[in-house]
Design a protein around this ligand. Structure first.
Ligand SMILES: Nc1ncnc2c1ncn2[C@@H]1O[C@H](COP(=O)(O)OP(=O)(O)O)[C@@H](O)[C@H]1O
Ligand SMILES: [Mg+2]
Length: 324
């Protein structure tokens, strides 16, 4: 016999025509039955859910479901491939486990966490984390394409965002909102007509209402621009700062091994010459050096000259970007 509270919840949801809650209750029933080893019943319930996908929102036109506001990426990078602060790594693995074992959580009326804010300067793994999460969960990464949804008409923008999120909610996926502050910061803009605020509030509400099988990853380099309403919505806030010297040295050692480089000069010396830079920049430097070595036939990486040249062109480039 199924748990009384789940049955009551199901009946109540059905009587109020709340399809989302009906589906949630059926999912919970299925996992409950599976735990009790009533596999045939559990399979049948799951089959029913699968064979009748949720209908499009009633106020939307059928056929408007497919938008090009989402770019689908098939993720390859894994979490273990990334150099992450320990706390961030633990949080991400915890989220992966909650998602993998969502049925068990739902049998106890709990949902897995699914809203993640990734904070940090460029090149330290925000996009990579979203991709790796998708890879660990074996689901696609759907990247929101702002250029396709934001138009000069705010009303239209809201509608577009709604369509895109409706499309995402039908899938088990990681939804990636890059540079989230560009949208959210408008809330604090005093020249605001009030409409921008409404667009952002609507987006936040829509994010809130996404089912837990949509893992939302929002990334920002400017967390100070996000107000508390935004902050509160994310269950996990992960900081990915620039790497420390030790972290850079370890990363450089890993890169040298991966690229099959056999440099005499210790990575520590090279890292010190490069200064405080991001993982992405460090990777760029070593990739470029390796290209030069291979093209010069210096497979063992013995040429001091190539290294010196790479370092000096790196320094020139760095000075060029500082703008003084
Ligand atoms: N923490 C990291 N661990 C391993 N590689 C990284 C890390 N951060 C950045 N990279 C490398 O730099 C590239 C760019 O990083 P990305 O994830 O796009 O950074 P962000 O989105 O924070 O700007 C990645 O594709 C990866 O090769
Ligand atoms: Mg990025």
């Amino acid at each position: 016999m199924a748990r009384a509270d789940l049955l009551l919840q199901l009946v109540q949801a059905a009587l109020t025509h709340d399809e989302r809650r009906v589906r949630g209750s059926v999912e919970a029933l299925a996992s409950e039955e599976r735990l009790k080893r009533h596999t045939v019943l559990a399979d049948e319930l799951t089959r029913l859910l699968r064979t009748s996908p949720p209908p499009p929102n009633s106020h939307r036109q059928p056929g408007h479901q497919h938008t090009d506001g989402l770019m689908e990426v098939h993720p390859k990078r894994r979490l273990a491939d990334l150099a992450l602060p320990e706390s961030a790594s633990e949080d991400l693995w915890a989220l992966v486990e909650e998602q993998h074992r969502a049925d068990l959580l739902r049998a106890y009326n709990l949902e897995p966490r699914h809203r993640v804010l990734l904070i940090g300067p460029p090149g330290n793994g925000k996009t990579s984390c979203a991709e790796a999460l998708a890879a660990e969960l074996a689901v696609p990464l759907l990247v929101l394409r702002y250029e396709k949804v934001i138009t000069s008409y705010l009303g239209e923008t809201s509608l577009n965002l709604g369509r895109v999120l409706d499309e995402a909610r039908l899938r088990h996926c990681v939804l990636f909102l890059d540079e989230f502050d560009t949208l959210a910061k408008e809330r604090g803009d005093e020249h605001d007509t009030g409409e921008v605020k409404r667009v952002v509030s609507t987006l936040l509400m829509q994010i809130d209402q996404l089912p837990s099988h949509v893992v939302v990853c929002a990334a920002t380099n400017h967390s100070e621009l996000l107000d508390r309403a935004v902050w509160r919505r994310f269950q996990l806030k992960l900081s990915l700062p620039n790497p420390t010297r030790d972290q850079r040295v370890r990363f450089a050692q890993g890169l040298r091994e991966r690229l099959g480089m056999g440099y005499e000069r210790s990575p520590r010396t090279i890292v010190d010459r490069l200064g405080s830079i991001s993982y992405a920049e460090l990777e760029d430097f070593f990739l470029e050096l390796r290209r030069r070595q291979i093209l010069a036939g210096d497979l063992d990486g013995e040429s001091e000259e190539l290294l010196t040249k790479a370092l000096s062109s790196w320094n020139n480039r760095a000075r060029g970007t500082e703008g003084d």
